[in-house]
Design a protein around this ligand. Sequence first.
Ligand SMILES: *[C@@H]1O[C@H](CO)[C@@H](O)[C@H](O)[C@H]1NC(C)=O
Ligand SMILES: *[C@@H]1O[C@H](CO)[C@@H](O)[C@H](O)[C@H]1NC(C)=O
Ligand SMILES: *[C@@H]1O[C@H](CO)[C@@H](O)[C@H](O)[C@H]1NC(C)=O
Ligand SMILES: CC(=O)N[C@H]1CO[C@H](CO)[C@@H](O)[C@@H]1O
Length: 478
Amino acid sequence: MREKIASWYDKCLGAELFKAVLISGVVLYLASIFLFKNPICSLPEGALISPEAAAELSRKNESPTNISHLLFGLIGSEKAWHYRKAYTESWWRPGVTRGYLYLDVAPTGDLLPWSPSSPPYRVSDDINQMVQETKHAAPIMARMVHGIMEVFRERHAGVRWVVMGDDDSVFFVENMVDVLAQYDHTKYYYFGGQSEFVMSNYWFSFNQGFGGAGFILSYPLAEALSNDMDSCLRRYADVISADKITMLCIADLGVNFSPLKGIHQIDLQGDLSGFLSSHPKFPLLSLHHLDTVEPIFPAMDRFQSARHFVRSADHDQTRMLQQTICYHRQSNWSVSVSWGYSVHIYEKIHHRSYLQMPIETFKPWARDQHHRPLYMFNTRLPSKDPCEAPHVFFLKTVNRTEEDVVVMTYLRSSERGLPACSFSGNHSAAYVSRIEVYSPSTKRPEMDKCECCDVIHSDGEEGLKVKYRNCLLTEVIA
Ligand SMILES: *[C@@H]1O[C@H](CO)[C@@H](O)[C@H](O)[C@H]1NC(C)=O
Ligand SMILES: *[C@@H]1O[C@H](CO)[C@@H](O)[C@H](O)[C@H]1NC(C)=O
Ligand SMILES: *[C@@H]1O[C@H](CO)[C@@H](O)[C@H](O)[C@H]1NC(C)=O
Ligand SMILES: CC(=O)N[C@H]1CO[C@H](CO)[C@@H](O)[C@@H]1O
């Protein structure tokens, strides 16, 4: 584009000089015909716009971002892959998702022949010489950072984004494509997630993406970082965290971190259900540390839980974990749905602003930490107050009806063991055992506002139905 503008300018400059010579002559009339009708001086299309705007224009003509524009680099180890591969295989789509798994050493034993459901593997480059030369403080971390360059090296035509992650993370790739499609991949972007645990951000950096959950680099940033890789690892040979080295080197390139609310490091321990039942209103992009928390569904193991969860995402990723709240006024109940995961019934009308705070069923990453603030978000403490403690139901089945509606059933996990909430009229929900949630089979087009729903229930019935609908123009969720 620059070249085009320059050559156009030169030609006109020549014409201007010619014009000056002619101006005093009687040939003015002829000249004006010659000059002003001369096609050399008429504006070539788009020539007066800046190079940035021109890039923007050419981007607009590009095809929308799809899954083939994402290149994944998963950094794992041979030892852990034997049991962690189930997490990656739950979301990886062979032949569709593009990318590689990087192992420290070549696979052995039951890993061979290599599973066609796994990403193709590479063995990480041997960077021993550099590690020894620089006396690198954390060789494993250096290998992980170096992996960014190794992934970028494998780029295929059309790559727009490089996504780096761990082998025990689950990614929601369709949502990732939708989110990334809103950004200009020709610009510099460093996306990721902060830790949920305040102190981790403090100890490492509030400006870094915690890599287990995945971080995403736009093409030019991945390229710049790859070109600088050797120097980067040498500059920060004393830093012991891969995520921090990555952040430092990206900062040195003049780029800063943009957190995305759907990327979850899960620096939490124990029972995640409170966290997953009040997800922020942002497409779910990733979940990390599923290997360390309790299984997210009661009565299933960790792998079964992950698979059960990801399978419901097959029906509609856009609604995964999105919190939709509605009320049953006859009984003074609030019903909060975390789509694809859980339903809570409260025997009292609670505002949305209150229900969107997770119940602290979990513990911080460092269990010896007790001083608040512990988390990067507000929480509600678990309560034995019958007006505050929900009846909890978890996802059981997903079906699509002939009318193209997605029906999910949620079953009660356990008895609540509390009397009815007296404040709002003693309308116990203890006899409800099964909830059906009906939502459209079409993707949620926008995330600007939450969806709304109706509760359908008659006194004494074991079943309860929740039907999704658009919110009314003036609807207040309270
Ligand atoms: C993605 O877009 C490219 C054009 O950039 C197109 O060639 C390709 O077929 C698309 N792939 C999918 C999976 O839609
Ligand atoms: C709902 O709760 C309010 C108190 O917040 C109470 O005044 C009202 O009577 C209750 N409604 C029913 C139907 O029980
Ligand atoms: C709820 O039941 C308790 C005990 O059974 C009673 O004391 C209380 O007045 C009742 N509340 C309402 C609002 O009816
Ligand atoms: C009514 C109906 O079709 N139920 C099916 C829903 O899907 C589950 C599996 O997720 C089946 O087991 C049910 O039979």
